[in-house]
Design a protein around this ligand. Sequence first.
Ligand SMILES: [Zn+2]
Length: 373
Amino acid sequence: MTIPTGNALYFDGVTSARHKVTVELAPHALVIRAADGSMIEEWPYPRLKHLSAPDHVFRIGLRRHPLLARLEIGDTAFAHEIDLLAPDIDRTGASARRDRRQAIVWACLAAVALVLSAIYGVPHIADRLGPVVPRGFEQRVGVATNAQVRAMLDKGPASRPFECGVADVEKAGQAALNKLIAQLEAAADIRTPLTVAVVRRAEANAIALPGGYVYVFQGLIDKADNVDELAAVIAHEIGHVANRDGMRAVLQGAGLSFLFGMMLGDFVGGGAVVLAAKTILQSAYSRDVESAADRFGVRVMLTLGADARALGRFLERIAGKAPESFGVLLEHPAAKERAAAINAIAPPQSRGVRLLEPAEWAALKRICAGYRT
Ligand SMILES: [Zn+2]
């Protein structure tokens, strides 16, 4: 049996680039392949949806696609074949009507929000909206922002993976990290599931994105003297996730047009995502936001019975020694103040709980050892 194949343009939903691809109509799904034959994505027929487009273009997307990728097919005969295979490609118009209703609701909300932001200013509105943004939506923003942030941070050669913990010599380190994260996640007890990764960046830093993505840079692991210091930094970042600071920053930085563009599903080109990712990487949080995350981190460390003063100590030790950073963790002038505030609420360590065994900590220190940075 030959599989029907045709040409299409593919938009990945992150960048505005158009990719020439071939599309195979395999029995189970539509398979999208790059020019070199490698598979980009598989789209199951039941989830295909028709997207509005100019008359001569057949444009389809995938329901619940995190990045809102889309395909454009110029060949009418091939488009018709896809149409026949996809049970749900809107023959009744029901989903189009539902989309339109949703769009009208959001358009009304957008109008209200725009008026309010004209009166009160965007930062104020973003502050108010941040906590009420639906979790599912934050998740979508997180997935999209995450892809973009990774692309911006990963400056190494393509031959080595951006994430640590994948090479054979790194696997014990990854296991230790998983053990540590499991303890922190249980103690933090937040609703957003965490995705924590160590990545090959030399700065001593960590960042949290909307949707529970936390990146710990290799430089931070290098600088940490013991597991409590590392745990305390991650606990602080979990505080940002719990307080939804990343979501608020994206709303402030990328503006309300981003928010409503995404809600309407009209996330075209990726300009808004690029802006959102830049916001996350470049904006420093206010003192208040940082203190709130510090307090959250202290609570987590106390719940674990670990050293709740570790973050303050770590900040004081490395502040000023890092010439360049994203500013989120290491706002230099604030390090002393933050340490004092932490010590004020954290009793000196009384019972030393072991978050990791010494051998596990040693392995974690080598979680990026498989590749040279
Ligand atoms: Zn922070």
